[in-house]
Design a protein. Structure first.
Length: 506
């Protein structure tokens, strides 16, 4: 891979967890692979008062604790590229000082005007920092490109997302804004494009003629941990479905792009979002299921319910589980249901896509019309990343007894190949200016517009239940009713790609 252009990389919120756990380890991993620019400076900025050396010491500790590579021989060399500037994001005068420091670093390191500003901050600062940067002309590109990278959430609802977009676009061009979604940086998510468009055996089947339904699941075995306060303002639908899982659905359902240029790929994803069938108010109760985990025992160990978590309202109606059924009204997918589910305190941590193919017209080898032997393709995003194809084979012996068998590929089998972390890939892309795996504003607005009827109904309609489900189970049993066809239900995945079953090892 080619190196990015020389640049200064500024992290706002540099004293926070994301910086030490993900961002700096990812940048160091790029450094040891010789993928950082020849001239590169990392400038941390936050309210905390550190000297350059104090900040370097903190980052050295972080690299030893959260390392993404076993090669730690280059840490001291990498640390010489790190600097720190105390900056209050809401103090405009501090940005004059920040601008002066950046000019000094440019001169000292022979770097022109290329800069990235990464906002690892609370969302309320997303409109504030770009505005303060523009006030000191740090959005101007006459001396080199300028980019801002923003973490989710991109708004709290459609109205707030529009307000954020408008405030950002007041001083910045859309091409300068990189909305980061770490799910899209995962190797298996990117491999969706290759699986679909480089294999003649899959693409002809990837449509309403051969696919029965599509299932996307993202399960977490942990609860909200110390994030109860944040989760109360979010919930599973906002936290996972609106961004991560709808973006994955866009990659599954998109048409072949005319090229691998970022704009071409993002245009096709946007077309999918624009084709999402709007929810009618009377449909929401039966097509969107919400749940909240309650106290239970997992392998004999008592686990508290969501309402007992720190920072959570004891009478909270915030969902920790969400499942929706929807349709994409276009030529390829007309009439084919898509299902998305996500939840906390489920039996295992797993994210995967399942393409369920239509059964044969006549069930020669099944009993009572069962469709258990339908073929399906599993694309596992995490853990045990890989691809699994299930199909029927005859059991040796007399007669025609059939069982499903697996044909699978695991990324771990590529022992000579290292799988980069999502942040490593996305930071590299942002430094290169490749926006393929970053959401554009139209996609964000379309996703919010699609989900707002569900969000509003859950907020205002008391007849829509919030189902409790015991911690350690696969969510509310009512979610099984989304898949209406007889003998069909969700796939219940285990930690290992090729294993399934409701009872999985944590």
């Amino acid at each position: 891979m080619n190196k990015p252009e020389d640049q200064i990389f500024v992290i706002f919120g540099a004293s926070g967890d994301l910086t030490k756990r993900k961002l700096v380890p990812a940048l160091y991993s790029l450094f040891v692979q010789n993928l950082l620019p020849d001239k590169f400076v990392l400038l941390g900025a936050s309210r905390s008062g550190f000297s350059d050396q104090e900040f370097r010491t903190r980052m050295k500790d972080a690299l030893n604790e959260f390392k993404e590579t076993e090669d730690l021989s280059g840490i001291d060399s990498f640390l010489t590229k790190i600097y720190y500037q105390k900056t209050d994001p809401e103090n405009k005068n501090d940005f004059n000082v920040l601008s002066g420091r950046l000019k000094k670093l440019q001169t000292e390191n022979g770097i022109h005007g290329n800069m990235i500003f990464y906002l690892s901050t609370p969302p309320n600062l997303y409109p504030v920092i770009p505005e303060n940067l523009s006030a000191v002309s740090l959005n101007h590109q006459s001396d080199g490109w300028k980019r801002i990278v923003i973490e989710k959430p991109f708004g709290y609802d459609l109205e707030s997302a529009r307000n954020l977009r408008d405030k950002l676009l007041k001083n910045w061009e859309e091409e300068q804004i990189f909305r980061i979604d770490h799910y899209l940086g995962k190797e298996t998510v990117q491999n969706l494009l290759v699986t679909r468009f480089s294999n003649g055996i899959f693409e002809p089947l990837w449509n309403r003629n051969y696919v029965h339904h599509v299932e996307i699941s993202s399960a977490e075995s942990i609860g909200v941990e110390e994030r109860g306060g944040y989760y109360e303002t979010s919930g599973a639908l906002r936290d996972m479905v609106q961004n991560h899982l709808l973006q994955v659905a866009g990659l599954v359902a998109m048409e072949p792009p005319t090229s691998l240029e970022p704009l071409s790929i993002r245009n096709e994803i946007l077309k999918v979002f624009q084709s999402l069938r709007p929810f009618k108010p009377e449909e929401i109760k039966n097509n969107a299921i919400r749940g909240q985990y309650i106290a239970s025992k997992i392998r004999g160990v008592p686990v508290i319910g969501y309402r007992e978590e720190k920072g959570v309202n004891p009478s909270s109606l915030t969902e920790t589980y969400a499942a929706i059924k929807f349709y994409i009204d276009n030529w390829r997918w007309g009439g084919i249901p898509f299902y998305i589910r996500t939840g906390k305190r489920l039996p295992t941590r797993v994210t995967e896509i399942v393409i369920h193919f239509k059964p044969t017209p006549h069930f020669l080898f099944t009993r009572d019309g069962s469709t258990d032997a339908c073929n399906y393709l599993v694309i596992r995003i995490q853990p045990d990343e890989g691809i699994l194809l299930k199909f029927g084979m005859k059991i040796p012996g007399t007669g025609f007894e059939v069982q499903n068998v697996n044909m699978d590929f695991h990324y771990s089998d590529l022992s000579s190949q290292r799988i980069p972390s999502a942040y490593e890939r996305l930071l590299y892309d942002s430094m290169k200016g490749d926006s393929t795996l970053f959401a554009r504003s139209e996609e964000v607005m379309a996703a919010w517009k699609f989900l707002m009827p569900v969000i509003n109904a859950w907020k205002t309609d008391p007849s829509i239940p919030l189902y409790g489900y015991p911690a350690g189970t696969w969510g509310p049993e009512n979610a099984d009713d989304l898949i209406e066809e007889k003998n069909m239900t969700w796939r219940y995945p285990c930690k290992n790609l090729a294993d399934d079953g409701i009872y999985c090892e944590l």
